[in-house]
Design a protein around this ligand. Sequence first.
Ligand code: SF4
Length: 325
Amino acid sequence: MSDKKVLLEIKDLTKYFPVKNSLLFKGNSYVKAVDRVSFTINRGETLGLVGESGCGKTTTGRTIIKLYEPTAGDIIYDGVDISKYSQKQMLDYRRKMQMIFQDPYASLNSRMTVGDIIGEAIDIHGLAKGKERMNLVQDLLKKVGLNRDHINRYPHEFSGGQRQRIGIARSLAVQPEFIICDEPISALDVSIQAQVVNMLEDLQNDLGLTYLFIAHDLSMVKHISDRIGVMYLGRLVEIAESNELYSHPLHPYTQALLSAIPIPDPDESAAKRRIVLEGEIPSPIDPPPGCRFKGRCKYAKPICNEQDPELKQMGKDHFVACHLY
Ligand code: SF4
């Protein structure tokens, strides 16, 4: 998709979760959380991944870092296919690939001090000990805008924004190259969101990081992303360079998501046409054939019932999966 150096490539990544027998679903049923998703991320780039809750964006992130074992597909990191690596083989990659979680409170152990939360990964990977370890932790706290003397405090003594900064410091402790940011600002006050996004951008510039930035807030994702992928019910339906996606959205679902972004100017906002999606999101358990968006799409035609559209290139770095094109 681009000439730049690719750091991560996922090819047909698939993650199905078996559904235990229930009254409704008998036999071998699966939640098709991620279904044949492919994209690349270049070194130093931020790829935004957006979609409604349940679209598979978080499962995609967790499968890439192998918190979930992929059902099928390839995860090629810096030229090496790690999709079938054991947890032991993944230890090296866990240093290179880190994750920042959505809920900074739930993801931090409330009984550990900040120093031990951040230092844990340093210990696991044997990166530093004693005074050197303490200096490293204090430097990380400073890097994320906290005080060095916060090292002996506990998570409950911090605000939500500060706790997310602790989570970011923890992910940086092992000097990663690639970070999956899983809705890192969704649980934060709007006033704090921009601060955390700006800090992530500064860290990216300073440390040469590569991000997969998962979000449902399209306005913030534009600010930080070079390219954006849109997911719907386990499928990647569109991917393009950020400005291109915002100015020329092609998939009817992307168009609807963009039309829902609030505009601060009341006149502009009144003039804007909001596309209201009708119909229910279908169940991800054994979804019917054809396009998964068909029940909510006003452009649906007979072929949409039969064939699941594949991504098609529509311009430089712009791909869409829709039978309209
Ligand atoms: Fe709509 Fe058909 Fe395109 Fe799906 S493939 S988004 S149903 S037009």
